[in-house]
Design a protein around this ligand. Structure first.
Ligand code: GLA
Length: 695
């Protein structure tokens, strides 16, 4: 069959199988169109069965067989699951939970990221692998660790304690600076020296929130340090191949924006849950987030499932066609590599019920048919355009804000990712392309920036947002925005201290909509009936507000804000804030800023999005997109995916990217996919991630 320019393959774990199977593996990989495998991710105990015993012979054989078969290797550093001898000889490598209990071996990822001993042993393994294989022609990429932080992201061990103190001393310089940043005069927490600080281990009540924010930064940085240490060893050994590790989309424990500059290619693992009604939206967001981490550089999907997974409470398979539809979503949103966990289904261990490219039931299976058909379709695509600046809309999503806004002891509990996805969904269903950015990246190139619930706002982020509006952009923000600084402290002068002039508002109160606060200040101004109604609505957690002649529901908060130049477009109709502004708009410089003083319900988000899209230059990738059809543009490649149940037709002028035929309209069955070349002026051809000549 034709060899694909798209990288196509899977995790390959030949160490789980006898040597007799390896030749069949290579033969079937070729049949499926596989051109790359991620090799030996969990093979540490096979490579180093005892501290001073090394066995590379089997790996030499496997790599040579793959190479002879034209299959490239993404070679793993194999450090994600230390062998039993490591845990037995060096118990200080084991992680510890917040109560001081150890995590024990018997699963995987049982290492303390800060442990110098773990890093030394892992480093030795990586050095030997690198020295042996760095020049092997089959090795085209390096797979460092595996899903850093996946099962265990917070370690409270003594190794973490020591590293945390060093990290804090480096960040703050003096203990006085730390005390100021953490506001430790509260509850008698003032520290006299860095050695008095512990990780936030089990405590009677909530830890200092500013310290929790630093603890989150630290734990993300410790995982990153593990990656960087291995990367350095590879580079020192002369590695010239791309080096990276696999991300997990919007994974809260690791601030991937800080990681991205150190990845030569961004790689991601994505397992949409067939039972999640929003799985298409959520996966699209994940892929847009991943693409946006390295603008202009294609990314790789390193893991998805061919069918069912094994780790949810119930594990249904994918509906027919869904594998192609989900894969097309990745291609559409910037991926140049499509890979699976895993090549051959395991016959033992925790993941034996997890699907694979080659099912345990063999090749006379629906899964094998889907896998080979997918390989053939990807091969037909040839070169793909680079994912460029196709989006006119940017959605702000920020890890530090995520960590801070979900800390304890707030007016109301907020699920930041869920709220972000609600806003994203409105653009997704309208076929409007969106980049996912940090506040600091608001600016040139975008017409519209959506920044929901930007509770923690850094000064640089606020400046970029203000400049963006001043220069003519349209901003939508709120509620619970511009509340704290980077230390999770209120700024002097109240709230909206950085963006108040931009949104034209003065902020008075949070107005949480649930729990005890419903009986709080302000009720006295209402009649007994109104107060009772307000309490009832607040207890239900919703409030009504008007916008464009309709009544909509708001959730979480109904803030008290006062206009300071803004125009009121919507007003609270119920609740303690009845009569006060709910949705506002303000001209600032050449642009405009909208503010939502509550979390709008889905239909209200839709109405706001329609209004701001109409006012800005943002447009759908294709006009008149049928419901259930997803569209995305990647340079001159437009991908259409019918996630609905009924066949649809979509008008689009271009060339079918698989067949080269001219099209004016495409017909899509349920789960059908069309790749159409419909050029835009700025389309740039993608440089191959890995030289296709190696296949
Ligand atoms: C993760 C891991 C893989 C495997 C899959 C199963 O993505 O990286 O090793 O466990 O989950 O879905």
């Amino acid at each position: 069959m034709k060899r694909s320019n798209v990288l196509y393959g899977a995790d390959y774990n030949p160490d789980q199988w006898p040597e007799e199977v390896w030749d069949e593996d290579v033969r079937l990989m070729r049949e499926a169109g596989v051109n790359i495998v991620s090799l030996g991710i969990f093979a540490w105990s096979r490579i180093q069965p005892a501290e001073h015993v090394w066995d590379f012979a089997w790996l030499d054989t496997v790599i040579d067989k793959l190479h002879a078969g034209g299959i490239s290797v993404n070679l793993a550093t194999a450090t994600a699951s230390p062998p039993p001898w490591v845990s037995a000889t060096y118990p200080e490598t084991l992680p510890v939970d917040e109560s001081g209990a150890s995590y024990w071996p018997g699963s995987r990822q049982h290492f303390a990221p800060s442990s110098p001993t773990y890093r030394r042993l892992a480093g030795e393994l990586v050095r030997r692998l690198a020295e042996r294989y760095v020049k092997h022609p089959a090795v085209v990429m390096w797979h460092v660790g595996n899903e850093f932080g996946c099962h265990l992201w917070m370690d409270f061990s003594d190794a973490a304690r020591d590293a945390y103190r060093v990290w804090l001393a480096k960040r703050y310089g003096t203990i006085d600076a730390l005390n100021a940043a953490w506001g430790t005069s509260f509850w008698s927490q003032t520290y006299g020296a860095f050695h008095e600080i512990f990780p936030p281990r089990l405590a009677p009540y909530s830890h200092n929130p500013s310290s929790m924010l630093d603890w989150r930064r630290f734990t993300s940085d410790m995982l990153l340090e593990c990656y960087l240490a291995e990367r350095k060893i590879l580079l020192d050994a002369g590695a010239t191949q791309p080096i990276t590790t696999n991300f997990m989309g919007p994974f809260k424990p690791a601030d991937y924006r800080r990681w991205a500059p150190h990845m030569d290619v961004i790689a991601d693992d994505c397992y949409p849950d067939p039972a999640n009604p929003h799985r298409i939206r959520d996966a699209a967001f994940q892929r847009d987030l991943i693409r946006s981490l390295k603008p202009g550089v294609p990314w790789m999907l390193w893991e998805q499932a061919t069918d069912a997974v094994n780790w949810r409470p119930g594990n249904p398979g994918k509906r027919p066609g869904a594998l192609m539809a989900e894969t097309a979503q990745s291609i559409a949103r910037g991926a140049d590599g499509i890979m699976f966990f895993q090549w051959r289904q395991s016959r033992a261990g925790s993941e034996k019920f997890h699907s694979a490219m080659l099912p345990h039931a063999g090749t006379s299976t629906r899964t094998w048919d889907a896998v080979t058909e997918l390989g053939a379709r990807l091969a037909a695509l040839g070169d793909l355009p680079a994912p460029g600046r196709d989006a006119q809309v940017a959605l702000v999503f920020d890890w530090e804000n995520w960590w801070a806004v979900e800390e304890r002891d707030h007016p109301t509990e907020i699920d930041y990712l869920a709220l972000t996805l609600e806003w994203y969904g409105a653009f997704h269903e309208r076929g409007i392309q969106v980049d996912i950015i940090a506040p600091e990246d608001a600016g040139a190139g975008y017409d519209l920036v959506i920044a929901p619930v930007l509770y923690l706002l850094r000064e640089e982020g606020a400046s970029a947002i203000a400049r963006f509006v001043e220069d003519g952009g349209t901003l939508v923000t709120g509620p619970f925005t511009d509340i704290v600084d980077e230390h999770d402290q209120f700024r002097s002068g109240g709230f909206l201290t950085l963006l108040g002039d931009v949104v034209g508002l003065r902020y008075e109160d949070f107005g949480a909509l649930a729990g005890e606060s419903t009986g709080g200040s302000g009720v006295g101004a209402l009649s007994a009936d109104a107060a009772q109604a307000a309490r009832a609505a607040a207890a239900r957690g919703t409030v009504s507000f008007s916008f464009e002649g309709e009544t909509h529901a708001g959730r979480l908060v109904a803030e008290t804000v006062h206009t300071a130049g803004a125009t009121v477009l919507g007003t609270f109709e119920t609740g303690l804030q009845a009569g006060s502004p709910a949705i506002t708009q303000h001209r600032f410089g050449a642009g405009e800023a909208w503010y939502a003083a509550t979390q709008p319900s889905g239909d209200a988000i839709g109405a706001i999005v329609d209004a701001v899209v109409a006012a800005s230059g943002a447009r759908s990738v294709v006009a008149d997109l049928p419901a259930g059809v997803e569209v995305a543009r990647r340079g001159d490649l437009v991908t259409l995916i019918n996630h609905g149940d009924a066949p649809v037709e979509v008008a689009i002028d271009g060339t079918d990217a698989e067949t080269g035929a001219a099209v004016a309209q495409v017909s899509l069955e349920s789960q059908g996919v069309a790749f159409v070349l419909a050029p835009v002026e700025s389309a740039v051809r993608s440089a191959p991630l890995v030289d296709a000549a190696t296949f």
